[in-house]
Ligand binder design. Structure first.
Ligand code: DAH
Length: 339
């Protein structure tokens, strides 16, 4: 019997296991009811009386040793499975990569800052809109072809839920519940159902400005535009206004600035005209004031709207509109020093 005890002890000393399943097999092999050690306890009955004490002690020690060894194996595998002690999860990742501001945010903030120096404050509205705020209140008649000027995303089966196609919707939202004087600037994202290419995207950003008060005139609009253009593109910048059409302004105009790349001499960017178009504007149509509850005999106003991507392209010569939304770090890092 003592030989068997010693043999099992030796086996236990050399035990190893690579997974918890193997540990369980070892437990069954040695410690279960039919395991090797239990069988020795059965044999114990045949041991002669004078040896019983010593054998009993040796057997109990063997059983304790086996239990200890197997538990130790199990524990070492369990901790290895869950925690790698060499890994410090509280450590700060290094090196810390510094982010940079997105070019569209840089330009948007600059536009806001220029207009805020003229007393304009920021107003915002929802991107998911209804027909009234995007079209009807802005003098787009129900079946008027002007609605086709902007390819709209409608929510299926409910033409009264749509993604705003322009930030002009914020004009009517503000006029509805604000007494003039109103002097607001509305930056935001707009959506149009366009095929995505280098020159068009299904979403882009606009900034809208609206000024409603007594005796607001076209001269006020022109002077505001000139101030904006010179602050944004430099003191030498010239502007020109061309007659245009928007349902919500009358008269309406488009503003060109002298091309800031060639200084107005003509280059491929301005298609050799010396001018580039940057925004739409006009005097708020009296119908719009009235549909928003403002007395058009007492008040007049001007409005203007511009694409942030367009202004950004002019400032930074970004050739492909898709760069703005692809999150390519190499592109974004180019604006690290801009602010
Ligand atoms: N909402 C027009 C567009 O998306 C831009 C615009 C033109 C806004 C004239 C105005 C405006 O406020 O007066 O094309």
């Amino acid at each position: 019997m003592i030989n068997k005890i010693n043999q099992i002890k030796e086996e236990l000393e050399g035990l190893s296991a690579t997974d918890l399943g193997a540990v369980e097999e070892l437990r069954i092999k040695y410690l279960s009811k039919k395991g090797a050690i239990s069988l020795l306890f059965n044999d114990f009955r045949t041991v002669s009386a004078d040896q019983k004490k010593a054998m009993g002690q040796a057997l109990n020690e063997l059983k304790n040793y086996a239990t200890e060894r197997i538990n130790a194996l199990r524990e070492s595998l369990e901790t290895a499975d869950t925690v790698d002690l060499s890994l410090d999860l509280t450590r700060t990742p290094a090196p810390i990569a510094l982010g940079s501001r997105h070019p569209l945010s840089i330009v948007k903030e600059e536009i806001i800052s220029i207009f805020s120096r003229l007393g304009f404050t920021v107003a915002e509205g929802p991107e998911i809109e209804d027909d009234w705020h995007v079209f009807s209140s802005l003098n787009f008649a129900a079946d008027h072809p002007a609605r086709d000027m902007q390819d709209t995303f409608f929510i299926q089966r409910n033409p009264d839920v749509l993604l705003r196609t322009h930030t002009s919707s914020v004009q009517s939202r503000v006029m509805e519940h604000t007494e003039p004087p109103i002097r607001i600037i509305c930056p935001g994202r707009v959506y149009r159902n366009e095929a995505i290419s280098a020159r068009a995207h299904c979403f882009f950003h606009q900034v809208e400005a609206l000024y409603v008060d007594k005796n607001v005139s076209f001269a006020d609009l022109r002077q505001t535009l000139l101030y904006f253009a010179r602050e944004m593109f430099g003191p030498e910048t010239q502007i020109r206004l061309r007659p245009s059409y928007f349902p919500f302004t009358e008269p309406s105009a488009e503003m060109d600035i002298s091309c800031n790349l060639c200084g107005g001499k003509g280059c491929s960017f301005c298609k050799h005209t010396g001018w580039v178009e940057i925004l739409g504007c006009g005097m708020v149509d009296p119908n719009v004031l009235e549909s928003c509850g403002i007395d058009s005999k007492e008040y007049s106003g001007f409005a203007l709207g511009m694409g942030v991507e367009r202004i950004t392209n002019l400032k930074y010569q970004v050739k492909d509109l898709r760069m703005f939304s692809e999150n390519d770090k190499r592109f974004l890092e180019e604006f690290q020093s801009a602010h």
